[in-house]
Structures are given as structure tokens and as C-alpha cells.
Write a protein that binds this ligand. Structure first.
Ligand code: ADP
Length: 215
């Protein structure tokens, strides 16, 4: 495949791309007519667009839009986006919160995962839907059971930093079979302490993909 680095297109080149996108395959003459230009005046632009890989040309058929290249460009643009630009608001509770209150919180906030923090405000645990369901099946006294007993806790929490990319976030979620990642800022290395500043979920990734493809 040709290189997929974007070059800055002129307005006329953008216009040509749109024409070919909607009408392709289309001959050079037909494009020129639509733009009220001569075929000769159009030739340099068509050469650039073909060389850059935006358009493909087939003898006796005409020009058509290179969908493959467009998809690779879109995917590239997508995975290079920084987590910081797409992170959602995290729902954070104290680790002493009861499982009962955590379930209420999950419904009120309409999220799938809650993050628990310690007395200092640092990330201490992750509580997912299944953690809560599992606990609810086996326990009667959910009001007196703190989430700290049932949560996935440090140092087993998979995290992401705001400057990392959506590709790294997607990889971490898929490899670890989890639905979300806390976005964190490291406060101290010894001991490892993190502040939760956001969350990335599979929905966030899907929404980001839609936004970028619509651009
Ligand atoms: P659900 O329980 O709704 O399917 P997940 O698939 O995200 O949600 O969670 C599965 C398990 O992984 C749960 O026990 C949860 O505590 C744990 N978990 C979820 N997110 C993380 C994370 N970022 N780091 C470590 N463990 C996690």
C-alpha cells in the first residue's frame, strides 16, 4: 500500500475528491465539466491526487475514490488520539462505602464501573457490575459490607495515563478482558499512588471512532 501520510490539499483538490467520491468512476473530462475547467487545467491536480493515493485511475474507466486509503487514514487518525481528549468523568466512591450504596450509585450514575479511593483520595480499587452481582448473590447484609472487601485492588489495577493513545487503551481493555480503565495521574512512585482524573470505556472508544469518521 502507498504511504498514508496526509498532505495538505488545496480547495480545488478537495472539491475534486468530493466529486469523485459521489460520482466515481468518472472521467477527467466529466470532472473538468463539473468544475467548468478545461481538462488541461485539471491535469496537475489529478496527477497529485493520484500520486498521493487519494484517487485511483483505471484506463477507459476513469477516476475513483480510494476507499482503502481513506479507511487506513481514518484508523490511523483514530488510534493516535490521546486519551486526554476523550476521557469521561469518573465515578469515584470511598472504599468504606457499602456494597448496597455502591449498587445505588451505579444506577444513579448510569455507569458500569466505580472507582474506590482511600482516605487520601488515591485510587484503591475497581468495582464492576459483576463484582456487585456476585456479592449480591452470596450476601444478605450488603449495607454493612464495604466495597474494599470485594473490589479489585492495587497493585492489580490496569490504568492509563492521559498522554497515552486510544490504541493503547483499547489494547489494555481487550488483553485484560475489562470494560474500562481509570485515567490516572501519578502522584508518587514509592509507594505507587495515583489520582483518578477520568475513565475510558469501550463506549468511549466507540464514540471516539464515530466522531472521527464523521469529521
Ligand atoms: P463487568 O464485571 O461488568 O463484566 P469488567 O469486565 O470491566 O466488568 O470487570 C471484570 C473484572 O475485572 C471485575 O472483577 C473487575 O473488578 C475487574 N476490573 C475491571 N476493570 C479493571 C481494571 N481497570 N483493572 C483491573 N481490574 C479491573
Amino acid at each position: 500500500m502507498k504511504g498514508v501520510d496526509t498532505i495538505k490539499l488545496t480547495n480545488r483538490q478537495e472539491e475534486i475528491l468530493q466529486i469523485v467520491k459521489s460520482n466515481g468512476p468518472i472521467t477527467g473530462k466529466q470532472i473538468a465539466d463539473k468544475l467548468s475547467l478545461t481538462r488541461a487545467a485539471l491535469r496537475p491536480d489529478l496527477a497529485i491526487l493520484t500520486m498521493a493515493g487519494n484517487l485511483d485511475a483505471r484506463p477507459r474507466v476513469g477516476y475513483f475514490f480510494n476507499e482503502d486509503r481513506e479507511m487506513v487514514l481514518q484508523a490511523k487518525k483514530f488510534v493516535q488520539q490521546q486519551v486526554a481528549n476523550f476521557k469521561a468523568h469518573p465515578i469515584v466512591i470511598q472504599k468504606s462505602t457499602s456494597v448496597y450504596d455502591a449498587i445505588v450509585q451505579l444506577f444513579l450514575e448510569d455507569v458500569g464501573t466505580l472507582y474506590a479511593i482511600d482516605e487520601n483520595g488515591y485510587l484503591a480499587g475497581v468495582i464492576s457490575r459483576k463484582d456487585l452481582l456476585r456479592t449480591a448473590i452470596g450476601n444478605k447484609n450488603l449495607e454493612n459490607l464495604p466495597v474494599s472487601v470485594i473490589m479489585t485492588r492495587m497493585p492489580n489495577i490496569i490504568m492509563i495515563k492521559p498522554e497515552e493513545t486510544l490504541l493503547e487503551a483499547a489494547n489494555k481493555m481487550i488483553i485484560n478482558h475489562i470494560d474500562s480503565l481509570p485515567v490516572v495521574r501519578e502522584v508518587d512512585q514509592m509507594p505507587h499512588t495515583y489520582l483518578v482524573i477520568g475513565r475510558i470505556t469501550k463506549t468511549t472508544i466507540t464514540r471516539a471512532y464515530l466522531e472521527i469518521s464523521e469529521q
